[in-house]
Design a protein around this ligand. Sequence first.
Ligand code: 13P
Length: 256
Amino acid sequence: MILRKKLIAGNWKMNKTTADAVTLVQELIAEIGRQTEVDVLVCPPFTALDAVGRALEGSTLKSGAQNMHPEASGAFTGEVSASMLRALFVTHVILGHSERRTLFGEQDAFINQKVIAAFKNQLRPILCVGETLAEREAGDTLKVVQTQLEAGLEGVSTEQAPSLIVAYEPVWAIGTGKVATSDQAQEVHAFIRGLLVKLFGEAIAQKIRILYGGSMKPSNAAELLAQKDIDGGLIGGASLEARSFVELVKAAAAAK
Ligand code: 13P
């Protein structure tokens, strides 16, 4: 059996001033700043990335961004490029989050450009895919996930693919308290794994981590993380407070 190290990533969304971000990171470092059993990532807003990067120095925690623009530089008011993130010691970037898709109209082709730009700049993309409630109820879950995944990964090479991370985030479970059952989640994760096998071959697909996101919290994490193809979590609400985030990391360590 191939062991994938679990990854617990906190997506702080539009929360925390720089000062609050540093406080939270210091609390995390005090508890889990040296453990190596689980990969741990925090994704603060852009404004806090510099200070968080400094605060994380010397710990095993890493920082990620929540978005970026595919172009290297230029007249893109309000946007941030991959090289700007790299200069802040950012290692990962969340791309295609459902909030970007629905609230900011991001389409698969644009998300794909970002994925390509992330790889080009040695940033590890966390490509988010997931269906809405209406799509699930219409029986379209797998079709939607397939379209988002294949379009998002167009042009990604087999050399790049091992550092890809995919996050399955059913839109109806995000911030709603409604979590997918472990069977529902595992079904989609296994389907994603199968698509990755077709794209990159079995050996590489077995290395790619597929995170679950959507109301994951300490009370439901163990069951989700015990599933064969669930390799970690992309956590919103429960990542904003040290106690719950630390518990999630411990749940991932126990599930490995
Ligand atoms: P919640 O954990 O708040 O449901 O958010 C999940 C999410 O969108 C992570 O990217």
